[in-house]
Design a binder for this molecule. Structure first.
Ligand SMILES: [Zn+2]
Ligand SMILES: [Zn+2]
Length: 364
């Protein structure tokens, strides 16, 4: 099929959900946009509710109105004439890196497009900000669109973004054979770290205060679990590692004390990654800096994903080398986005997704 001429049938109008305030949603009707020359129009098939949107929905993060939804998959419905994504054709299952990378700033051109200087972009007054994945159609730049292989369902493909973020963290802070790995927090991000760590022969400990989540971690292959609410985290890591400490620790919860303890429980030359954002922003941690000198411990972090992480994620999911099905908790039609948010806030929920809605489609 020749890009630029090929398109799928599409309606004139679509529905887009916008978060307008704490626990407030509106469903707008808009014209289905035309893709520009370098853009792809994607018909959404599955869109996941990430922590950022959950925090905005409950009011922890402000920034209204937000057209949320940055973890989604869909069908390439129309492809602009100058898009040259390898092998991409209309009708293909794709996933989209919904967070902007301008491709032109210093960070984008200096091997750190995840840290794009223009990622927040200019806000247009009166227009909701955001990636807009809680919509029936989304327009995306060609370089942000990734084809997903045939084994993935749209729901699995929608989780390419969070897996790409985890692959980015684990590229920066890799697991080596025979490492003692600790994952702090068994929410979806912790469990994605577990799924990737399992592919290297290593001993994996998961620390998590919620029993249901510890059980899930064991089910998915953790070798040991710690309940940091009732057990001494540092003592337990030392005990489980034969006194040597953790070689690599991923702190997948935004808790300052957890980062401090992870540093204290690190092995000589151990690496600790502060993977999650910490709220309120501006919080501080307190560690004895001699641990960096005497024990050569490294404390680092990780933010979002780069393009190569996204390609890897889409391909791993497309071949089902990493099986994300155990992390898909429930799906709702787009019109029940509010119920989907309530569900996503449950302790035993990992990813909740919204799917296209027959009711909206009938309006078109
Ligand atoms: Zn996300
Ligand atoms: Zn940039």
């Amino acid at each position: 099929m020749t890009p630029g001429t090929a398109t799928l049938e599409r309606p004139a109008e679509m529905t887009r959900a916008v978060i307008t305030g704490p626990k407030e949603l509106v469903f707008e009707r808009l014209p289905v946009p035309e893709p520009g020359p370098s853009q792809v129009l994607v018909r959404m098939l599955a869109s996941a509710l990430c922590t950022w949107e959950q925090r905005t929905f409950v009011g922890i993060e402000k920034g209204y109105p937000l057209a949320g939804g940055h973890e989604y998959s869909g069908v390439a419905a129309a492809i602009g004439p100058s898009v040259q994504v390898s092998g991409l054709a209309v009708g293909d299952l794709v996933t989209v890196s919904g967070l902007p990378r301008c491709g032109q700033c210093y960070s984008c051109r200096h091997r750190a497009d995840n840290l794009c200087d223009n990622a927040r972009g200019p806000r247009v007054p009166g227009q909701p900000f955001g990636p807009g994945g809680f919509s029936e159609y989304v327009r995306a730049e060609g370089h942000q669109v990734f084809k997903v292989g045939p084994l993935a369902t749209p729901e699995e493909a929608a989780l390419s973004e969070p897996l790409a973020c985890v692959l980015h963290d684990m590229k920066r802070h890799p697991v080596r054979a025979n490492d003692v790995v600790v994952i702090v927090g068994a929410g979806i991000m912790g469990l994605l770290h577990l799924a990737v760590a399992r592919r290297t022969p290593s001993f994996i400990i998961v620390s998590e205060p919620e029993r249901v989540r510890r059980e899930k971690a064991l089910e998915l292959g953790a070798h040991a679990v710690i309940d940091p609410a009732t057990e001494d985290y540092v003592a337990r890591v030392n005990e489980l590692s034969g006194g040597r400490g953790a070689n690599v620790t991923y702190v997948a919860i935004g808790v300052t004390g957890a980062i401090e303890k992870a540093v204290a429980a690190a092995a000589k030359r151990g690496v600790v990654s502060a993977y999650a954002s910490v709220h309120p922003r501006g919080s501080t941690i307190s560690v004895d800096p001699n641990i960096f000198h005497n024990r050569e411990v490294t404390l680092g972090g990780s933010y979002s994903q780069e393009r190569d992480d996204f390609i890897a994620s889409a391909e791993l999911i497309g071949r089902r080398e990493i099986d994300l099905r155990p992390l898909i908790s429930r799906t709702f039609p787009l019109s029940r986005l509010s119920d989907a948010f309530e569900e996503a806030l449950r302790k035993d929920a990992y990813r909740v997704l919204v799917l296209p809605d027959a009711e909206f489609a009938a309006k078109a």
